[in-house]
Design a protein around this ligand. Sequence first.
Ligand code: SAH
Ligand code: SF4
Length: 408
Amino acid sequence: MTDTLTHSPEAGSGAGAPLEKTALETYVPLAKPSLVGLSRAEISDALGAIGVQPAQRKMRVQQLWHWIYVRGAQNFADMTSISKDMRAQLETHFTVARPEVVAEQISNDGTRKWLLRLPSGDSIEKAHEVECVYIPETDRGTLCVSSQVGCTLTCSFCHTGTQRLVRNLTAGEIVGQIMVARDRLNDWADRETPTGSRLVTNVVMMGMGEPLYNFEAVRDALLIVSDNEGIGISRRRITLSTSGVVPNIARTGDEIGVMLAISLHAVRDELRDELVPLNRKYPIAELLQACRDYPGSSNARRITFEYVMLKGVNDSLDDAKLLVKMLKGIHAKINLIPFNLWPGTRYECSDWDQIEKFSEYIFNAGYSSPVRTPRGRDILAACGQLKSETEKLSARERQALRAMAMTD
Ligand code: SAH
Ligand code: SF4
């Protein structure tokens, strides 16, 4: 990939859609960088660069880590266990900034969506935007996190795939989304609740972007999120969803150790080539082999196969039969996702009847097959509806889009 943008106007539409539509924009580091997203070793180096003595660094790193990731401190002044001089020195050179909240929407089902601005060092016009969604349930609270602004891939049923501008997020911008959610929900360690339990308990890398096309930043971020002296969300409560970047699947197990979800969506290569064009590079057989080999998968740690229900396209009982057959030998569960509409799409969601039949067939074959309940449709926060450029639509266009998204 290069730094030059090569947009294709018909990106994301049709079987002939290019595999990738655009090259990446660059991130320009900020003049005063945030410590959020740095590993302990990187914080230590940053302290060294401003003259902190080697003998002091380990202790300072520990203090900063605690203030940033356990207490959620938003500035150095609040870090009262650190000496005043040291705090002033830190303030001169660094921040603990996270992405800025541009808009917050709350759905009538309690789902919250934040539009976040990501400052970049070049100019304010270059500040990109990304979306992040919090989904409360009775037994958990899941945060759906983005890994890229837009997506270079061109899955034909996905709204994010039609967004032209694409930039990889930094590790800090990824961790920052969880921090913003904890800030907004008042969900840090000193939150006063009778039980003391957290609101954000699970993380899914299912927002905008393909996480395995931004592997290093996603890995570094998730290692911080799962660090039990900090944010402390266990790896079993973090799920990374990929459209099938085969070479990085084993690395995900080895280097991050989180739960894996695969956007399968079709059981024949011919159809998957059209729905998920990346299939032309990594066809189904290779993808499934990578799943069989996934480090750490077991009956207790099953791989989720996501399957979007598209009317008359991939929802026949023959598809269900083939699906069951091809998952043999893989510790799998299947998540059926009702298709969420967006303007300009040529797909429709399968009829409810058909979704039930499909699900029943899979269930009878011995697989768990829950149908994902669409959440936050009224604020365009459901799967595949995220597209930060949406905010630039007129009020009337947005209203039409919302009405469409609410139709079953
Ligand atoms: N890029 C990654 C993760 C983000 S998408 C991936 O593709 O896996 C999260 C999930 O939403 C994926 O399974 C994706 O295929 C699905 N999705 C995309 N558009 C959708 C839509 N319009 N309706 C329902 N699900 C959709
Ligand atoms: Fe990208 Fe995932 Fe959407 Fe495909 S489904 S375009 S990989 S975000």
